[in-house]
Design a protein around this ligand. Structure first.
Ligand SMILES: CC(C)(COP(=O)(O)OP(=O)(O)OC[C@H]1O[C@@H](n2cnc3c(N)ncnc32)[C@H](O)[C@@H]1OP(=O)(O)O)[C@@H](O)C(=O)NCCC(=O)NCCS
Length: 163
C-alpha cells in the first residue's frame, strides 16, 4: 500500500486540498478504508501518473449510475515543482484511456468557480462549460466527437519536447 501513503501525502497538501470539495485534512484510517473500497469497485478507475519514473499526480474516474458511457473524473498534480503541462499530459492519457479502452462517450468534470488552473485545463483539453452545478461550482463536459476532432493536435503539443 505504498500508493496509499503517496495519495495521502498528496491529498494532505494545502495546494491540493484547497481545490477539493471536501477540503478537510484527510485522516489515515478513513483514507485507507476509502481507498480499499475504491479499488474494489468496477465502476471506478484510480491511477497514479508518472513521468521518468517519478510519480507526479493522481487521476480517477467514476462511471455514472444512469449512463455507463459517461464518466466523471477528478485529478490533481501532487508532486512539487512539476514541469508545465504535466497535468495536461496526465489528463490527455486518461482521456485516451476512457474514450478508447472504456468506450466512453462523455467525460464530465466539476471545479470550484475560482479554480483557474483546473478551468483553464478543462478548456485547453476541449471541454466546454455546461450549466452550473450549484453555487460556486462549475461543470464541464467533453464528448467523444470533440475529443476525436482535437486530441491528436493536443497530444502533439503536450508530448513534444518543446514544452
Ligand atoms: C489542475 C492541475 C492538474 C493542472 O495541472 P498543471 O500541470 O498545473 O497544469 P498545466 O501546466 O498543464 O497548465 C494548465 C493550465 O492551467 C494554468 N495554470 C496552472 N497553474 C495555475 C495557477 N496556479 N493559476 C492559474 N493558472 C494556472 C496554466 O497556465 C495552463 O493554462 P493555459 O493552458 O491557458 O496556459 C493542477 O494545477 C492541480 O493539480 N491543481 C490542484 C488540484 C486541482 O485543482 N484539481 C482539479 C480539481 S477540479
Amino acid at each position: 500500500m505504498n500508493d496509499a501513503r503517496l495519495l495521502f501525502d498528496w491529498r494532505s497538501r494545502t495546494s491540493v486540498r484547497r481545490w477539493m470539495f471536501d477540503s478537510a485534512a484527510p485522516v489515515w484510517e478513513r483514507h485507507t478504508s476509502w481507498l480499499e473500497r475504491q479499488l474494489r469497485r468496477a465502476d471506478v478507475l484510480m491511477f497514479i501518473f508518472e513521468e521518468d519514473g517519478k510519480p507526479l499526480g493522481h487521476v480517477n474516474a467514476t462511471q455514472t449510475k444512469n449512463d455507463a458511457s459517461t464518466w466523471e473524473w477528478g485529478f490533481y498534480i501532487g508532486a512539487e515543482h512539476t514541469a508545465p503541462g504535466s497535468g495536461s499530459r496526465m489528463l490527455l492519457l486518461m482521456l485516451e484511456f476512457l474514450f478508447t479502452r472504456k468506450q466512453a462517450a462523455y467525460i464530465a468534470g466539476i471545479t470550484k468557480q475560482d479554480n483557474i488552473a483546473s478551468i483553464n485545463t478543462h478548456l485547453r483539453l476541449g471541454f466546454t462549460r455546461r450549466a452550473d452545478a450549484g453555487p460556486k461550482v462549475l461543470r464541464f463536459g467533453l464528448d467523444r466527437e470533440t475529443w476525436l476532432f482535437c486530441h491528436k493536435e493536443l497530444e502533439a503539443r503536450y508530448f513534444s519536447e518543446s514544452i
